[in-house]
Design a protein. Structure first.
Length: 645
């Protein structure tokens, strides 16, 4: 995890090294291992280095071999080094001396812009090609490494790992993007390029572009293939294949220049990573350091019953932080400065405390099971496949199994599926049955009616300031977003593909990157290994949901690796009680300041009357507590961020 940045003066003016140093200094928290600047007339590249692989200890970026005709700055960890070296005919004897950045540059020298299609790993880079007078930039497949930019037409192109570096120069206007604020408050995310600033964009994941005086040419260089299928003979073969992919995803992320740590929450994802990483490190290797949050007061959130079985197998060095010793707004101002936007996750302060512990242990590399749910998939849409295809006996069997795992009742679920895939299509086909349709609708499962009501009356309509909502055309924006997310996927694979391809995935990874960078930590995500993601998407629906067990292929694959109590765990911990406790116990003054005493920063955006009513209901522990609590959280988060803009 290094900081990269650069300037390309499209107007032909020369880049001043002092300007690059200004930008670099704003990101010195990202790397203690040196800062380098390279300038060639109208182009300048820079890097704030954090060495996390053995090869990076010997590599200084930016570098400009080939008589300064090519230059690169890169934040990168490649997972197919050996393959690239073979293709590039680089002798194995040079493996230790050639870094990942140099490998990318050699690939560009051989294949040009097509080089990005041969890379595997996490990366964001920019290559200056003097012969073409062009800057080629690219970002990895899922957006693990961030890349922000500002393009002033015909004048200057700036890019950096964090937005704050772009504001270090006067060429970058600092105009708030009100539409993005509206989306934030309405919980809408459909745009993979915009940021909270009008003049700052992000390069979307799996995209590259070329900047020259002729303009900007962008393209997507890779996309998941929803048509690819994996067909094996038995459940055991599927489990073995998953285990091989997953083990390799963990193994290649253990390439490190120092100790490695792993998040350990007690869930299926982090526990699987920890157990596999521990086994790969072996008895003779250094102990894997684990980091967990525990809760002595809000015991509903405590996961030690699942953490301890992993620790009992030894081979790890555990560390704990107390997750209920402070409220959710502690350090929020610092967090928002680092992520360059209002905070999204109400548990970000808890993760921040874990990062403090990680840094105290001298760990720079942290494995994280972030959103393994999406990679493997719960397989919910398989139920719809069965109903759509009229396989009601098989559907009933699955629903009964889910009911045993605390799922919805079989009769209510069958009634809902019968409405969607049996009765409703019939009524639509025969318009004369409208009266019967209305009678049926009155009898169907209440969840359907509730869902329809919620779709028609989203919470933001009362939460947002009506004037502001009209200004940003929130109704139309929300309607367009709803049409996108509410389109029914015909198959489980289609639904899975949508989730994996959603721009929210890269957005979440960006937030993790910037927060971890505050402590000079590089996050690595085995579940977002390209090979593993492609494999999981290609699986049959029955390997995702079977006899009531979600993510069943992973559970089978972890046989003998995970403790059984985690392997077949049915629930997930809800941290809402911890958030409610934190606000009520520690944060009353902060809430009063933002909502009552000094609401100026947010009154343009939020309906203060509705917000104060939500606060009153929350204080009285009413039925709408979770919804009201999140309104309070978002309002205070936005208020703190706006105060510093």
């Amino acid at each position: 995890m290094s900081a990269i940045l650069g300037i390309y003066r499209l107007d032909g003016c020369w880049v001043l090294p002092s300007n690059l140093r200004q930008m670099t200094q704003s990101l010195d928290h990202r790397g203690p291992d040196g800062s380098e600047v390279w300038v060639q007339k109208s182009v300048g590249l820079s890097q704030q280095r954090l060495c996390t692989t053995p090869e990076s200890l010997r590599e200084k970026l930016p570098m400009a071999p080939y008589d300064q005709r090519l230059a690169i700055t890169a934040d990168v960890r490649l997972d197919n080094r050996q393959e690239l070296m073979t293709l590039l005919e680089i002798p194995d004897a040079r493996a230790d001396e050639i870094g990942d950045g140099r490998l990318i540059l050699e690939a560009y020298a051989r294949w040009g812009e097509a080089c990005v299609e041969k890379l595997l790993g996490d990366f964001a880079f920019a290559i200056w090609d003097a012969d073409r007078q062009a800057l080629f930039c690219a970002r990895d497949h899922f957006g693990v490494k961030p890349f922000y930019y500002h393009l002033a037409t015909d004048k200057v192109f700036l890019f950096a790992s964090e937005i704050k570096a772009l504001f270090a120069l006067p060429e970058t206007p600092r105009r708030l993007n009100k539409e993005r604020i509206g989306d934030y408050l309405a919980d809408v995310f459909s745009d993979g390029e915009s940021t909270f600033f009008c003049d700052i964009k992000r390069l979307p994941a799996a995209h590259c572009f070329t900047v020259s005086r002729q303009g900007v040419r962008a393209r997507r260089y890779w996309a998941l293939d929803p048509e690819r299928e994996t067909r094996l003979a038995t459940n055991d073969e599927y489990a073995e294949a998953f285990r091989e992919h997953f083990t390799e995803a963990v193994r290649c992320r253990l390439r490190a220049s120092g100790p490695v740590g792993s998040m350990l929450s007690g869930g299926l994802d982090s526990s699987s990573i920890t157990c596999v990483a521990r086994d790969l490190c072996g008895a003779n290797g250094p102990s894997l350091k684990t980091f967990s949050a525990v809760f002595d007061t809000v015991t509903k959130c405590d996961e030690r019953a699942f953490i301890n079985p992993v620790l009992a197998r030894n081979g790890v060095d555990p560390h704990f932080v107390e997750g209920d010793r402070h409220g959710p707004f502690k350090n929020l101002g610092r967090i928002e400065w680092h992520v360059d936007q209002p905070a999204y996750g109400p548990n970000c302060d808890m993760i921040w405390s874990i990062y403090e512990s990680v840094q105290a242990q001298g760990v720079r590399i942290l494995l994280d099971g972030h959103d393994g749910d999406t990679t493997v998939s719960y397989g919910d849409r398989y139920l719809h496949e069965l109903a759509r295809n009229g396989k009601w006996i098989a559907l009933t069997s699955e629903l009964r199994a889910l009911a045993r795992h605390d799922g919805p009742s079989v009769s209510d679920s069958l009634k809902a599926f019968g409405w969607h895939y049996g009765i409703n299509p019939l009524f639509r086909k025969h318009g004369t049955l409208r009266v019967a349709r209305r009678l049926w609708r009155r009898s169907v499962h209440g969840a359907i009616r509730e869902q329809e009501v919620n779709t028609k009356q989203p919470a933001w309509r009362s939460f947002l300031n009506p004037t502001f909502a009209a200004e940003v055309n929130m109704e139309e924006r929300y309607r367009a977003w709803r049409q996108t997310v509410s389109q029914t996927a015909s198959t489980e694979r289609e639904a899975h593909h949508r989730m994996l391809s959603h721009p929210m995935q890269a957005f979440a990874l960006e937030l993790h990157d910037s927060a971890a960078a505050a402590f000079r930590i590089e996050k690595r995500y085995p579940f977002w290994d390209k090979r593993l993601v492609e494999f999981c998407l290609s699986l049959p629906s029955t390997q995702k949901l079977n006899q009531g067990w979600t993510r069943v292929v992973m559970r089978r694959a972890m046989e003998g690796i995970l403790p059984a109590s985690i392997q077949w765990r049915e629930d997930k911990t809800d941290f809402v009680p911890r958030l409610a406790y934190g606000i009520r116990t520690f944060e009353r003054d902060e809430v009063d300041e933002a909502i009552v005493q000094n609401p100026g920063p947010i009154e343009e955006y939020i309906n203060l009357s509705a917000l104060r009513q939500a606060r009153e209901r929350f204080d009285n522990k009413g039925e709408d507590e979770p919804a009201d609590m999140f309104k309070i959280w978002m309002s205070v988060s936005l208020a703190l961020w706006l105060k510093h803009q």
